[in-house]
Ligand binder design. Structure first.
Ligand SMILES: [Zn+2]
Ligand SMILES: [Zn+2]
Length: 471
């Protein structure tokens, strides 16, 4: 049963089989499975939930991560709590519907491994329900897996590469039925249809960024573009990322340092539908130490061959947040909750479908989870490099880049962070640099801008002017 105890500090969501949807409440806010300092001891050595089994600390002494949960739960109760957290994020934000085709971004690391496992388990359950139902009306959502191959930028030996890809293939194949397609997508595929030309162009593009942080950020943007491309080309309707609380906490501080305050709220929500294929973050409430512990308890294989240490500002902040978390195990959650006070953008929810049924479902969900109807306005423009919403349309002609490719046009259509960390300072090399930026980035950003503009035009009469809203 779902835990209703007032002093439960576990972020208990009940187990997957017993939670009735109507019992799920938006409040109280999840505690992310983190107890206050010193509150995790359990002198009896028995699980505080089932009160029958021994705690993980007793049964798995080798597991050192996992914070307070080790000393409070048995492996079974931890597992059902943890899956419940994932499932709650998925259902309360309408991340996956039965007609979806879901692409899980898989890096080989623990976060995306757990995301893949949980999406698979949801699919398996949907399949069982489908097989058991008489009318067989609700289809089972599809699942695919994509690995973004960055070996052009971070070279690895072909022996290591082949071995790691083979391991990933085995992992994906072990999660069947239903069978899941596995894609290996080289980043350069977004630069050109021709493999060698794409490789040259990507190398030149990344090589032109002198700032080490800017280089890493550019690659992150290209990774998202690659995911969008493979999702779009293969009929996927959602992209699932394994981004967890710990990663988001780092992003909050990174964005603060980089001056991305305006767009920060866009990046840290459960749903990010500014892309053609909406991106969802079902592990937003999970800590990396919980994910690591889960992988050990469930013997989930991870593939670490390609994991790159973070560098520059991102690397400094990763180690800083790690220290904070060691000092107090609720720091990461606190950072994310603090940033969570920022108002999300209009695209931070699954777009409403046109049909009446979908609309009713959305209304029901809004009522159930006490979500406010979408009142925020779509941004007017997006950075042409990273697709961050821009505060003001700096350019009067939104097509100036596509028409003129002038350096002033480029500056007007990019965010300050990309200007400072990614764009070359010299105006002559700026235009050459921009000619190397994959077309899909500009095209996707432009498409979403056009859609948002259409929406804006449709609701124009209801909008307050800038002078009316007091800002
Ligand atoms: Zn238990
Ligand atoms: Zn940008």
């Amino acid at each position: 049963m779902a835990c209703n105890s007032a002093n439960c500090q576990s972020g208990c969501y009940g187990d997957e089989h017993s939670v009735k949807e109507d019992d799920e409440k938006r409040l109280p806010l999840p505690e992310y499975g983190v107890s206050p300092r010193g509150g995790d001891s359990n002198s009896g050595g028995l699980c505080i939930k089932c009160k029958v089994n021994e705690t993980i600390a007793a049964t798995h002494p080798a597991v050192t991560e996992g914070g307070g949960d080790r000393g409070r739960y048995c492996a079974d109760c931890f597992r059902s709590n943890f899956f419940g957290k994932f499932r709650f994020a998925v259902t309360s934000n309408a991340m996956i519907s039965s007609s979806d085709n879901v692409l899980v971004a898989f890096s080989g690391g623990p976060s995306s491994r757990v995301a893949l496992q949980f999406v698979h388990e949801m699919q398996l359950k949907a399949q069982k329900n489908f097989d058991a139902s008489r009318d067989r009306q609700l289809p089972v959502f599809g699942v695919g897996v994509a690995y973004i191959d960055e070996s052009t930028i971070y070279p690895v030996s072909s022996h290591d590469f082949d071995g790691a890809i083979h391991q990933m293939e085995l992992i994906v194949a072990s999660l069947a039925p239903p069978a899941k397609q596995f894609f290996v997508v080289p980043t350069e595929s977004i630069c050109s249809h021709d493999f060698a030309a794409g490789r040259d162009r990507l190398t030149e593009l990344v090589g032109a960024v002198s700032d080490i942080t800017g280089k890493e950020d550019l690659l992150a943007h290209l990774r998202m573009q690659s995911l969008q491309k493979v999702a779009l080309e293969n009929g996927y309707t959602k992209v699932v990322l394994g981004t967890c609380t710990s990663r988001i906490a780092c992003h909050v501080l990174e964005a603060t340092v980089k001056g991305q305050g305006f767009s920060l709220a866009a990046d840290i929500q459960y749903v990010d539908a500014r892309w053609k294929i909406p991106v969802v973050l079902p592990l937003r409430d999970c800590l990396s130490e919980e994910l690591n512990m889960f992988c050990i308890l469930d013997s989930l294989k991870t593939v670490e061959a390609f994991q790159q240490p973070r560098s520059g500002i991102n690397g400094l902040i990763s180690s800083f947040v790690k220290l904070l978390q060691e000092e107090n195990p609720s720091r990461e959650s606190t950072i994310v909750r603090t940033a969570g006070k920022l108002t999300p953008f209009s695209f931070n929810r699954i777009p409403e479908v046109g049909d009446n049924d979908g609309h009713l479902a959305t209304k029901r969900r809004q009522k159930k989870y006490n979500l406010k109807p979408n009142e925020s306005l779509p941004p007017e423009s997006y950075c042409l490099i990273c697709n961050s919403p821009l505060k003001k349309p700096k350019s009067t002609n939104s097509n100036c880049f596509h028409d003129g490719k002038t350096s002033s046009g480029i500056y007007a259509s990019t965010c300050s962070s990309c200007q400072y960390q990614i764009l070359p300072k010299d105006p002559t090399s700026l235009e050459n640099f921009f000619s190397l930026v994959p077309q899909s980035i500009s095209a996707l950003a432009k498409d979403s801008r056009d859609n948002q503009k259409l929406l804006r035009d449709q609701i124009q009469d209801c909008l307050l002017s800038d002078s009316d809203d007091g800002t």
